[in-house]
Every structure is written in C-alpha cells, then in structure tokens.
Design a protein around this ligand. Structure first.
Ligand code: FAD
Length: 465
C-alpha cells in the first residue's frame, strides 16, 4: 500500500493542480497538510516566534485572516471528496520541519507531493526532508508558475539577467491550458488523526471556531478568486488596463489578481486562459497584452528566486560587486523606520501609501514603488527592512515578487539601470494632482509634518531643534 503526503503552501486550490491529479493517480491513500511561512492561527495560539532579523513585525491580522479563509474554503472542497486538510500549528515553516518529519516517519509515507516554491525556507525544509528520508519519492510540479522548468527555452542557470531579455524569449511560447479539478481523491488512511495531532497538526475545520479580529475587504479562497476573475473580465477594464494600472487607487484600475495568486487560490494559467477568452470576444489591444506582460514579470521573479536562492535576501542582492554599483549602502535608523511604517515622514504621498497599506493590506504598484524609493533613497535605510515590513502587511505577499521588486528598486537586482529613485514631489503632482489620495489617507494629517526635520536627534543624540 502506498501512502502519499501532499504538502501545500501557497497553492490552496483544486483546479489546475497537477500535484493533486498526480497524487490521485499514484497512491492508495493520501494525507493533505498545509505548512507555510504564514500561520493562520491568532498569535496567542501559536508557539514561540523566531522572527527574521529584519522583521520586528508580526504578520498582520488581515494576512492571517485572508489565509484562514483560503484554508477553510479548500478544506470544504476536500471534504466534498472525502478528504480533509491538516494544518501545522507551528508558527514558522522552519518550526514546522519537525511536524513534517514526524508525519513522514510515523506514516511511513512513500511519496511526497509538492509544488516547487521559490522561497528559501521552503526549499531548505524540502531539502532537509529529502536528506532525512532518502527513500521518499518527491513528486514536484510547477503549480505556481506559467511554465515548468522543462518548458523554458533555457536552463535555470541561464536565466537572463534582465526581465526584457527573459520576456523576449518566452512571450510567444505556447502555454498549457489549466487542468480540471480532480473528481476523486485517494482516502486518508484510517485512524491517523492521533498521529497527525501528535506530530503537531490540527484539522483545518478547527479554524472555523477562530473569531477574526479583522475582516479583509477581499475574501480568500478559490470560489472568491474565480468570482473575481469573472467579475474583472465581465467589464471593459481589461481594455484600458495599461492606461489605468498606475493609479494610486481604484478597484478596476488594476486587476487585483495578486491577492489570490499569492495564496494560490487561482493559478496564472487560469488567468491567462480567461484573458485569451476576453481577447477573442472583445479584441486584443495594448492593454490586454500588458496584463500578460505583468504576469510575465511575476513569472520572471519566480524563476529569479529559484535561481538566486538566499541571495534574494542579501543586502548586495544578486550583484557581484555592490561597491562598484550605484546601489546605496543603507543602514538602520529606528526613528526614520518607525516614521515610514507609521506614515509620518515628511513625504505626504508616502505617508498616504503607508497608511493605506496598514489599513487595507494592499498598495498599488505605484504606491509600492514610491514607498520603497523613499525608504531607500530619502531615508537611507537598508532596503531589506522595508521588504520585511511589506512582507508582514501585504495580503498579496509573494516572496519572489516582493523581494525581487525591492532589489530592483534598490539597484541590487535585475536592473541594468542601477535602481529606481523616484522624485516624490513630481510623482505626487502626476498621480495625485488634486491631493485627493493624500487627503483620503491623511498623508499630510498634520501640516507641520512636512516642515519637520527627518530626525529628532542628531548623530550625537542631541535634540534637533
Ligand atoms: C516594492 C514592491 C513590492 C512588491 N511586492 C509584491 C508582492 O509581495 N506580491 C505581489 O504579487 N506583487 C508585488 N509587487 C508587484 C506589484 O506591485 C503587484 O503585483 C501589483 O501591484 C498587484 O496588484 P494587481 O494584481 O492589481 O496588479 P496588476 O497591475 O493588475 O498586474 C497583474 C498581475 O501581474 C503581476 N505583477 C504586476 N506587476 C508586477 C511586478 N512588478 N512584479 C511581479 N509581478 C507583477 C501580479 O501577479 C499581478 O497580480 C511589488 C512591487 C513593488 C514595487
């Protein structure tokens, strides 16, 4: 009798899940678990935290709640096929290694099913498991990306250094259509509940008793993702996307697919299929192409993260010689960082963005660029503190897209031009000419903020008057 474990993370869906279909074909019984960098449990339920050196910030309650919704939605679908989802109660993926190890050991699992993940911790935990269980067969699929490695026209270590070179090589390639959801799954082995609980897993259904302290404005889970996909393409927004995507606000100004892509409740191939259908019905134009173009940016950063591994988190990024590059060195200034997070810097447009982020868990692409540029170039802070703060707040947090974009703006990543320093006054003029965005998010709440010095003390800790 073969027993498989399906380890899910940022891939909480039934449709277009090769990994589920392969498990259905290959094993007699199956255990399905979630173990990811984010835990859905409120902090008082969790074990000790091991914060990254850059992040003093717990993941926001909004992030946890969005994930909780995604997990419950998936569990419901699995239950309809006689299966159920188990969730690690560990607070971090590293802490979940012990649970995964105990589970494999006590079940005698023969196969581990998994979607390749761009995250460093995910890869580290997987290789630890492979080292510990040499007979465990790994069945790895590419459920987070448009392509699989064998479909790319180059090997991973030949990934182009720039997005443009990557795009030119892949944009005309055929992309597989999404796969149907399974209509059958192997059952879970009988009486395994205690083994799972002893290993540190909890039934996902228990999450329904958690009372959320906050409710995000978008709903997690596959049904909500598919409903959004239909809603977006039922209007005309896709035909003007290129003109509107840089707006600082507005639901239809950009696709908002990132929420559900990040938790994997929809796949990029499902989006592409719907985009092609829209183009057949309404005609293709620059804007519809641009949606694909942006999905390719996501694709690029995923392969970039696979290639560069831990360098995604290095101060010098993937640059070989940071001294020779024009990248700022960056340091840490507690007061400046605290002001940036709280949205009380001397820059009203950035303050508005940071307040929008803390309130909603979302920020437009333009807003992210301005906030990042401010932290790096105006405040002189090491870009990684900003990336870690974004990680704690963004509902659509994606390890590859977030850290890859931060590197790009800091000039230590995939950027031949050496960083992006935005002129904040000009940007405010261009994207918020009437100051409505700043007023809405109280970016200039106190008119005195703009004229206040950046620091309250000088280098010798003497108060700046
Ligand atoms: C500093 C910084 C941090 C970022 N962090 C994240 C993150 O954690 N998660 C995330 O999904 N995106 C991130 N982005 C990229 C981008 O800002 C968001 O994907 C986008 O704003 C999400 O809104 P949307 O779905 O409406 O995007 P749209 O403009 O509608 O784009 C469609 C899709 O294309 C992809 N995409 C668009 N722009 C980018 C880009 N620059 N890089 C990679 N993929 C892109 C996303 O999957 C997005 O859903 C970041 C950008 C910056 C500058």
């Amino acid at each position: 009798m073969s027993l498989g474990i399906l380890w899910l993370g940022d891939d909480l869906r039934m449709a277009d899940q090769e990994v589920l279909l392969r498990a259905a074909q290959q094993v007699d019984s199956l255990v399905i678990v979630y173990a990811g960098e984010l835990s859905p449990w409120p902090s008082h339920n969790r074990r000790a935290v091991s914060p990254s050196p850059f992040s003093r910030h717990e993941p926001s309650s909004l992030r946890r709640e969005f994930l909780r919704q995604g997990l419950l939605a998936l569990d419901e679908k699995l239950q309809a096929l006689g299966q159920r989802l188990w969730i690690t109660s560990a607070d971090s993926l590293t802490a979940a290694t012990a649970s995964l190890t105990a589970l494999i050991r006590h079940t005698g699992a023969t196969q581990l099913f998994r979607n390749a993940h761009p995250g460093g911790y995910e890869q580290h935990v997987l290789s630890q498991l492979q080292r510990r269980f040499v007979d465990l067969q790994l069945v790895e699929c590419s459920g987070l990306t448009l392509f699989s490695p064998s479909q790319l026209p180059f090997s991973l270590d030949e990934l182009p250094d720039t997005f443009s070179a990557f795009r030119r090589q892949v944009e005309a390639l055929e992309i597989d259509g999404p796969m149907a959801s399974p209509d059958w799954l192997p059952p879970a082995p009988a009486s395994l509940d205690q083994v799972l609980r002893d290993a540190g897993f909890t039934a996902a259904a228990d999450l329904s008793s958690v009372t959320p302290s906050v409710i995000p404005s978008v709903k997690g889970g596959e049904a909500a993702a598919v409903a959004h996909l239909q809603q977006y393409f039922s209007g005309a927004a896709a035909s003007v996307y290129k003109d509107t995507r840089n707006a600082l606000e507005g639901w239809d100004n950009s696709t908002k697919f990132s929420y559900w892509l990040a938790q994997g409740s929809i796949s990029p191939r499902q989006i592409l299929q719907r985009l092609k259908a829209y183009e057949r019905q309404h005609g293709a134009n620059d804007s519809t192409y641009w949606i694909y173009f942006e999905l390719l940016w996501r694709e690029y950063f995923h392969w970039y993260a696979h290639l560069h591994g831990p360098k995604l988190f290095y101060r010098e990024g993937v640059q070989k010689d940071v001294q020779a590059s024009r990248a700022p060195q960056g340091s840490f200034y507690a007061e400046r960082f605290q002001k940036w997070c709280a949205g009380t810097t001397p820059y009203p447009i950035v303050n508005a963005c940071m307040k929008q982020l803390a309130t909603t868990g979302y920020l437009s692409n333009r807003g992210r660029q301005l906030a990042a540029s401010c932290l790096i170039y105006e405040l002189g802070i090491d870009w990684r503190f900003g990336a870690a703060y974004f990680e704690s707040q963004l509902l659509d947090y994606d390890v590859a897209a977030n850290w890859g974009n931060w590197q790009y703006i800091a000039g230590v990543g995939a950027d031949p031009r050496g960083g992006r320093h935005f002129n904040l006054d000009k940007q405010a003029q261009q994207y918020d000419p009437e100051g409505k965005f700043i007023a809405k998010w109280q970016g200039a709440a106190s008119s005195s903020l703009a004229s206040m010095p950046l620091d309250s003390v000088d280098a010798a800790d003497w108060p700046v008057s």
